[in-house]
Design a protein around this ligand. Structure first.
Ligand code: PNS
Length: 161
């Protein structure tokens, strides 16, 4: 079985992430969307909330499952028999950082990283930008799944009270 991982913070998942996951799911037997548990950075959503949103929005892809990991990504890959790491690249700036991580991960484990160019429709979308816009009441609904738009609205409405 050829299994690949799509790792990230997914705080929250965007249409850009979903596009990469969907395209990757056509190339591998199984895709694991792996959410980083980052003890030193609290997100807007808890890891459990992110996993729940991811599980819901990836439901149409029958060979995609979601999981969380702590520590090194390559250790997660070894433990889960993952052959490749898939990374979306939006702009040239992404590539510089991603290349360093890919080379480090290859050196640590021999696991390959495959870069997938983001669909240009999504190249300006990031979870950070989405949170910034949603925080001030901007409409993010074209850029995230409906469920995520709803959760963002609820989270920031609760914060304004
Ligand atoms: O969505 P993000 O925050 O850009 O994802 C970054 C992520 C989670 C893919 C990256 O930080 C990562 O792999 N972290 C795990 C720790 C690790 O393996 N670090 C060494 C990378 S060379």
């Amino acid at each position: 079985m050829r299994r690949a991982v799509c790792p990230g913070s997914f705080d929250p998942v965007t249409n850009g992430h979903l596009d990469i996951v969907g395209r990757a799911s056509l190339m591998f037997d199984e895709i694991v969307v792996a959410v980083l548990i980052n003890q030193s950075k609290a997100g807007l959503f808890t890891v459990d909330e992110r996993l729940e949103m991811l599980a819901t929005v990836t439901k149409p892809y029958t060979n995609v499952r979601v999981d969380a990991f702590q520590g090194l990504l390559v250790d997660f890959c070894r433990a889960h028999d993952v052959t490749a790491i898939i990374k979306g690249v939006r702009v040239a700036g992404d590539f510089d950082y991603e290349l360093q991580m890919a080379q480090m991960n290859y050196g640590l484990s021999g696991i390959e990283t495959l870069f997938m160019p983001t669909n240009p429709k999504y190249s300006f979308i990031s979870s950070s930008l989405i949170k910034e816009v949603a925080k001030w009441g901007g409409d993010v609904s074209p850029h995230v799944p409906d469920l995520v738009a709803k959760r963002l609205q609820e989270r920031f409405a609760a914060a304004r009270k």
